[in-house]
Design a protein around this ligand. Structure first.
Ligand code: GUN
Length: 297
């Protein structure tokens, strides 16, 4: 078998054009234009690239946005004071603090200081907790985007064996919750693997749906994948490449050529999951502006 490609770039553009139409309608009916406040701490080049993609997407769909760039020496107290101001600012619908943070700041404390009603990343324990009990919540953008891909390509999740490799708070964990819950998206039998898993292949080989978010280039090889599996590669790794102008290229967590031979569907890197994450952030920001998840807030 040679896998068919899941075109995240195309599906993300469909979602963005839907959000653009919805924003136009929202503003056309006399409402304030949605606003996303971004906070960058330090000058990590990866974070700068992601923030640029997010703010460009905002401009593209008609969401207003501002980025507050703080030095990597900012104290927890000062950062939380700034976030408190944003929480109380009725003109700001969503607040996004780009991760990772410098070592002296606790991401848990910072995330919890964001008003959960403005947590368009879906990282606040209130949103993660509500997700875990099937209550409306902001959903972490990458897993939510993967479910949009399943929907677009009519990939059935119900009753399948889904294996998630990687248990991060941003992707693996919420992905496993969404796959396993008995709500409209989930109903899969779900296994979570992580760096302490013994014999990873024993698990991956039985996956009908394999979601890999481990941050390790080439971790998953063709021999670890069941014939006909759907493979979602969330990894975005920079590896040295002298033939490229930048000196590096982006690769996923799967050995693309060998996995392609086994899978029925596969997401490429780049152009698979990445664009979906940004599109879902636009969707969440619009939900925040409309107060769709927390109407009384
Ligand atoms: N760092 C890596 N991915 C993300 C994300 O989705 N949101 C934020 N805030 N930081 C990230």
């Amino acid at each position: 078998m040679s896998a068919k490609l899941i075109d995240g770039k195309k599906v993300a553009e469909l979602i963005r054009s839907q959000v653009r139409d919805d924003v136009n309608e929202w503003v056309g009916s006399g409402n304030r234009r949605p606003f996303l406040q971004v906070v960058q701490i330090g000058t990590d080049p990866g974070s700068t690239t992601y923030i640029r993609a997010k703010t460009r997407a905002c401009e593209d769909v008609g969401i207003n946005t501002g980025t507050n760039r703080l030095p990597d020496t900012v104290s927890a107290k000062e950062l939380k004071r700034i976030i408190r101001d944003y929480n109380q600012n009725d003109e700001m619908d969503g607040i996004l603090v780009q991760l990772p943070l410098p070592n002296h700041l606790s991401s848990h404390d910072v995330i919890e200081s964001i008003d959960y009603r403005k947590d368009i990343d879906g990282f606040h324990p209130m949103n993660v907790g509500r997700l875990a009990v099937d209550q409306p919540s902001y959903r972490s953008c990458t897993p939510a985007g993967i479910f949009e891909l399943f929907r677009h390509y009519s990939i059935q999740v119900k009753s399948k064996h889904a294996v998630v490799v990687g248990a991060s708070n941003i992707v693996g964990s919420p992905m496993a919750i969404m796959l396993s819950r008995e709500n409209s998206t989930g109903k899969a039998t779900t296994t979570i693997c992580h760096k302490f898993t013994r014999d990873l292949t024993q698990h991956t080989i039985s996956a009908d749906i394999l979601v890999v978010a481990a941050g390790q280039p080439g971790l998953i090889k063709g021999e670890m994948v069941k014939e006909g599996a759907v493979v979602i590669d969330v990894g975005i790794n920079r590896v040295a490449d002298e033939t490229s102008k930048k000196g590096y290229k982006l690769v996923g967590d799967c050995e693309f050529e060998s996995v392609m031979e086994k899978a029925s569907w596969i997401t490429p890197v780049p152009g698979g999951v990445g664009p979906m994450t940004v599109a879902m952030l636009m969707k969440n920001t619009l939900l925040a502006a409309k107060k769709s998840i927390y109407p009384d807030g």
